[in-house]
Design a protein around this ligand. Structure first.
Ligand SMILES: Nc1ncnc2c1ncn2[C@@H]1O[C@H](COP(=O)(O)OP(=O)(O)OP(=O)(O)O)[C@@H](O)[C@H]1O
Ligand SMILES: [Mg+2]
Length: 355
């Protein structure tokens, strides 16, 4: 097990900087996720930890040791990639045993280790099969088995579930979590899927163009996004953003589409104009007029089981909220929404920073 520390780490490919200046400590035994859109530098960071990609500037430490110059083998990491290439001609047993067969270890020890890992991953019944005789999820488990059999110091995973269909992905997510809870090995995980990041991790770092926008627990990042980018990236469906204008500073009054908000902020707006963020899950759309609700026109309904996501227009502003599936709400008709005044997040318009 190891703590991983980045000290002013930069990565350039020729003259393009893809990781700007990374300073971060991943704690011993932590499940840490880098999440962000395609091309933001996630795999590059993971490859630098693994030793597959050189660091351009700065240092990476495993505990107190600088690992910049160490080979992947010397770093004692195990990596699972998106394309979990198994050896097609080998059985599940041989695929899992492979990393140990490369070492001078007795057959009995290898056998015991393969059985331990197979039991952990529910693969005991499949040890004699070839990869082609397995489902996608089972193959992914074999790839995980091959990675954990070595009991590495650090476990690195680059989008390991992205080859699986949606349902299997959610199942494997739960299995990964269970596996991690049993092993408690420092795990660095990379995904572009914010839901995966939120559900698996102790902490996540949200990356954008090679820079960490925010690092925190899933709940912190969800409830208190550092800026508009994080607010828009984390959470699904995407947060609504509406322009507001500051009418009064003390007490604070923000006019948003004709409605006055008085949110409690950590810092006061410097400009007249701010951006208000409201999550669709916090906006309740109803077919009945109730106290303090606002009339809107529904434009689209997206069924999602017990609720519908409802796109609507509020005095010219397009927004999304949620409505119970059994209500009488239809596209093109009027409905009523309730805005959660206490859940509104306010951002500085220029910098995008949360206030
Ligand atoms: N060997 C390379 N040479 C030049 N540019 C590279 C190289 N590898 C990666 N890049 C660039 O660095 C940036 C970050 O790439 P990286 O693979 O880390 O992104 P990512 O966040 O993993 O994206 P994805 O979600 O698509 O896998 C991209 O703009 C990519 O084009
Ligand atoms: Mg990648």
């Amino acid at each position: 097990m190891a703590e991983i520390k980045f000290e002013k780490v930069k990565k350039r490919f020729k003259d393009i900087t893809v990781v700007k200046e990374l300073g971060l400590t991943i704690n011993n035994g932590e499940f840490f996720t880098f999440v962000g859109p395609s091309g933001c530098g996630k795999s590059t960071i993971l490859n630098m930890i693994a030793g597959l990609e050189a660091v351009t500037e700065g240092k990476i430490y495993f505990d107190d040791t600088i690992v910049n110059e160490l080979s992947p083998k010397e770093r004692d990491v195990a990596m699972v990639f998106q394309s979990y290439a198994l050896y097609p001609h080998m059985t599940v047993y041989e695929n899992i045993a492979f990393p140990l067969m490369m070492k001078k270890i007795s057959d009995e020890t290898i056998d015991a280790e393969v059985k331990r890992v197979a039991a952990l991953l529910g693969l005991e019944e499949m040890l004699n099969r070839k990869p082609r005789e397995l489902s996608g999820g089972q193959r992914q488990r074999v790839a995980l088995g091959r990675a954990i059999i070595r009991r590495p110091k650090v476990f690195l995973m680059d989008e390991p579930l992205s080859n699986l269909d949606a349902r299997l992905r959610v199942e494997m997510r739960a299995e990964l979590k269970r596996l991690y809870q049993e092993l408690k090995i420092t795990t660095v995980y990379v995904t572009h899927d914010q839901a995966e990041a939120l559900s698996l991790s102790d902490r996540i770092a949200v990356l954008h163009q090679g820079e960490i926008q925010q690092c925190g627990t899933p709940l912190e990042v969800y409830l208190k996004p550092a800026n508009i980018f994080v607010g828009g990236f984390i959470g699904s469906p995407t947060m609504n953003f509406i322009t507001g204008s500051v009418q009064n500073l003390q007490p604070l009054e923000i006019n948003c589409n004709g409605l006055i908000f008085s949110p409690v902020l950590e810092s006061l707006p410097e400009k007249n104009s701010v951006i208000m963020g409201i999550r669709p899950e916090d906006i309740i759309v109803s077919d009945e007029k109730a106290d303090k609700c606002i009339e809107v026109t529904v434009s689209l309904l997206e069924p999602a089981g017990s609720l519908n996501w409802a796109d609507f227009v509020w005095k010219g502003v397009k927004m999304k909220g949620n409505a119970k599936a059994d209500l009488d709400i239809k596209a093109g008709k009027k409905a009523f929404m309730k805005l959660p005044m206490d859940k509104v997040i306010v951002f500085d318009r220029d910098s995008g920073r949360r206030l």
